[in-house]
Ligand binder design. Structure first.
Ligand SMILES: Nc1nc2c(ncn2[C@@H]2O[C@H](COP(=O)(O)OP(=O)(O)OP(=O)(O)O)[C@@H](O)[C@H]2O)c(=O)[nH]1
Ligand SMILES: [Zn+2]
Length: 205
């Protein structure tokens, strides 16, 4: 057992890699190397099944995190009722169709009703949902729902801009394509001026 995750504050059950999962994944990745025509015994590849087994657990650690708990762990009563925006949150996820990375930026905003949360928690929520097999649309909606359900704010906005390796390295091979998804509740959904203010902030106008 080794300590692995930097910045783990107890929302995650994965404080260590799970030995049984590591062993199971390692032996399967060894077979995958063989199927790809490689020699898993050659020096450079000897430890690769183990490394990949750990990397995959790292990249999917979000399954063991509780995003609502992350928000609730730092919820403060406050009467501020203006927009709070955390933009340019880096996200690294993996598409559930090809298990290849997609990555980019998330922009998250909310308008508090009675409660605010720690700013880092918005980024931690994005992280908890991103570190799973995902589609960008569901990732966007899950972040939005989590903030809405915990803080009960006057509105939530989430925009994600991402590049998908499955569209760049393979398949249609469009290296410069960027996918944007968005989801809104409350004031962001109903009020065009509020939504525009949010877009102006994230676009730095
Ligand atoms: N909507 C959505 N699609 C995604 C996402 N990530 C990957 N995809 C797409 O998932 C689709 C899967 O389509 P399939 O036709 O079953 O798979 P494929 O034969 O590998 O398709 P190509 O990628 O077009 O070669 C592809 O169009 C991918 O671009 C995502 O986050 N959201
Ligand atoms: Zn894909």
């Amino acid at each position: 057992m080794e300590f692995t995750l930097n910045g783990n504050k107890g929302y995650s059950k994965v404080e260590t890699y799970d030995d049984e999962t590591t062993d199971g994944l390692s032996s399967k990745y060894k077979s995958i190397l063989e199927l790809l025509g490689e020699d898993p015994k050659r020096e450079g590849l000897e430890k690769t099944p183990l490394r990949v087994a750990k990397a995959m657990q790292f990249l999917t650690q979000g399954y063991n995190m509780n995003p609502e708990e992350i928000v609730r762990s730092a919820m403060f009563r406050e009467d501020y009722q203006q927009m709070v925006v955390v933009k340019d949150i880096e996200i690294y996820s993996m598409c559930e169709h090809h298990m290849l990375p997609f990555f980019g930026k998330a922009h998250v905003a909310y308008i508090p009703r009675h409660h605010i949360t720690g700013l880092s928690k918005l980024a931690r929520v994005a992280e908890a949902f991103a570190r799973r097999l995902q589609v960008q649309e569901r990732l966007t909606t899950q972040i939005k729902d989590c903030i809405q359900n915990t803080l009960n704010p006057l509105g939530v906005a989430v925009v994600i801009e991402a590049q998908h390796m499955c569209m760049q390295m393979r398949g249609v091979q469009k290296q410069h394509s960027i996918t944007t998804t968005s989801d809104f509740t409350g004031a962001f959904q109903k009020n065009q001026a509020t939504r525009e203010e949010f877009f102006n902030i994230i676009n730095n106008k």
